[in-house]
Design a protein around this ligand. Structure first.
Ligand SMILES: [Cu+2]
Length: 500
């Protein structure tokens, strides 16, 4: 029964899988496992800031650690500098980032600057993986507009487990020449929120189970963590608060809202600010997507809960199976905000407009078709071993091959990419650029509300995006385009392109 729920929750079309010839898929795959009952309510941890654009390089050491997701229970983890996750790297546009990434884990790792405009040899993708004991000196000029980016390990076949155990952190770009007038007191009224779902066994160890049907929809956890704490509480001033939300989950899609249904304003998406604040009551985020929102707590004396609705296509298992289900069927708790007595020192109102990057990609000079494939027909027998080894998932019928270049882009030329995903919704990511979503399911998209993106959720109805890459990448260190359900990426739903 549990397996049925989870399989259906993944939104995989079971009929198509069965027609593909794999009768074994009809059996339940995922057993309910014992785990500790993770109580939430600890204070929200705020990752320390590491200024990465000074005269001297900063060090980011990847290492094993031991982290308490809930007080009193130690969980073996990985982190950059920290026991779990990493510091918030901060860089300023117009300066240069200098980051020495040191590998003190017992496996190869990388550090991919997700969303950043850097050349291929600084991108930290699969070709940038390096061995235990080695140091990678990342040096790049910061061209990116102000944005909430992130970094994570990106070793082919290992990204899922490495990120799940903690090899990820935020990368904030500030633009001193373009002040935004938004709350900006980090950790006070400007809060980073890395939202992840995790599962634990009865001893508190993280469960990353690659043996089950869960791989088809991606690995899901049954416990929500924010910055490495289970459903935490954040003290906030009784005023405007900016939340920089990263869906840092391997596979889970969220549809965020506040429990009281209040309105908030979105001010930025993946790649930077929107032209003006956009009023919303819900915020869907696919894996790896970011959004910055501003919430007004000025009239609040009581705690305010951030929740998410269950999202069928991304792999929700229903509110009842999540810890912290809020009682309404189909929703679950993310975290709580506790407004304090004072208003704080931030701005009292939202600016009417924001210094957003221009939408200047122009008309495309060529079109590419990109189909995200799950090769259901080839999944007889040793399906799950083959999933992580590659060969089951692919793009345009081909599973990822580090030795094959799938596309050659011309520097600075705009292309139209028509991306489709026949079997389930996949979060599609392109390295080296921000892109603009043109249409979803044939419906035109307003760039003023969508903004500059580097991840977009794609389903069978298809999405069209305008892509222009202004960074070079040669065939030794090409850029990736891939599904950001990390288990799909590890299983081969990834391609690579050069830019010259
Ligand atoms: Cu996928």
């Amino acid at each position: 029964m549990a397996g049925d729920l989870i399989v259906d929750g993944h939104g995989i079309d079971r009929r198509k899988l069965l027609l593909g010839g794999c009768a074994a898929l009809a059996a339940p795959f995922v057993q309910a496992r014992p785990g500790f009952a993770a109580e939430g309510g600890a204070p929200l941890p705020i990752p320390p800031i590491l200024e990465a654009d000074g005269a001297q390089p900063v060090t980011l050491t990847a290492r094993a650690g031991s982290h308490s997701f809930v007080p009193g229970i130690k969980t073996p983890t990985l982190g950059y500098e920290l026991d779990y996750l990493g510091p918030t790297l901060r860089v300023r546009r117009g300066r240069s980032a200098r980051i020495d990434v040191v590998n003190r884990t017992d496996d190869e790792i990388s550090a991919h600057w997700h969303g950043a405009f850097v050349p291929g040899n600084m991108d930290g993708g699969p070709q940038g993986a390096f061995a235990p004991g080695k140091t990678w000196s990342a040096r790049f000029d910061v061209h990116h507009p102000a944005a909430t980016l992130w970094y994570h390990s990106h070793v082919h076949g290992k990204t899922g487990t490495q990120v799940y155990h903690g090899l990820a952190g935020l990368l904030l770009v500030e633009d001193p020449a373009a002040p935004d007038g938004l709350p900006s007191d980090y950790g006070v009224n400007d809060l980073p929120l890395v939202v992840q779902d995790r599962s634990f066994d009865s001893s508190g160890r993280l469960v990353y189970d690659t043996s089950g049907m869960a791989l088809m929809g991606g690995v899901l956890g049954n416990t929500i963590c924010v910055n490495g704490a289970v459903r935490p509480v954040a003290d906030v001033p009784r005023g405007l608060v900016r939340l920089r939300i990263l869906n840092g989950s391997n596979a889970r899609f969220y549809d965020f809202a506040f429990a009281d249904g209040r309105q908030f304003h979105q001010v930025a998406s993946d790649g930077g600010l929107l032209p003006a604040p956009v009023a919303r009551t819900r915020l869907p985020l696919a894996p790896a997507e970011r959004a910055e929102i501003v919430v007004d707590f000025s009239g609040d004396a009581a705690p305010v809960r951030l929740i998410s609705s269950s999202v069928a296509q991304g792999g929700m298992m229903g509110g009842g199976m999540m810890g912290g289900g809020s009682g309404d069927r189909g929703t679950f708790d993310i975290m709580t905000f506790a407004p304090q007595a004072t208003a704080g020192a931030g701005p009292a109102s939202l600016p009417a407009s924001l210094p957003a990057p221009p939408f200047d990609l122009g008309a495309p000079v060529r079109t590419r078709e990109i189909r995200l494939d799950m090769h259901a027909g080839s999944m007889m027998g040793s399906m799950f071993r083959r999933l992580i080894g590659g060969g089951v998932m692919g793009i345009n019928g081909k599973s990822y091959d580090m030795g094959r270049i799938d596309a050659q882009l011309k520097l600075g030329e705009t292309e139209l990419w028509r991306v489709s995903a026949p079997m389930m919704t996949h979060p599609f990511h392109v390295h080296g650029c921000s892109f603009q979503v043109v249409s979803r399911g044939g419906q035109a998209v307003d760039p003023a509300t969508e903004g500059h993106k580097d991840v977009v959720a794609v389903d069978a109805r298809g999405v069209e995006i305008l892509v222009r890459v202004d960074q070079k990448a040669d065939k030794a260190t090409p850029f990736m385009f891939h599904c950001h359900i990390l288990e799909h990426e590890d299983a081969g739903m990834m391609g690579q392109f050069t830019v010259a």
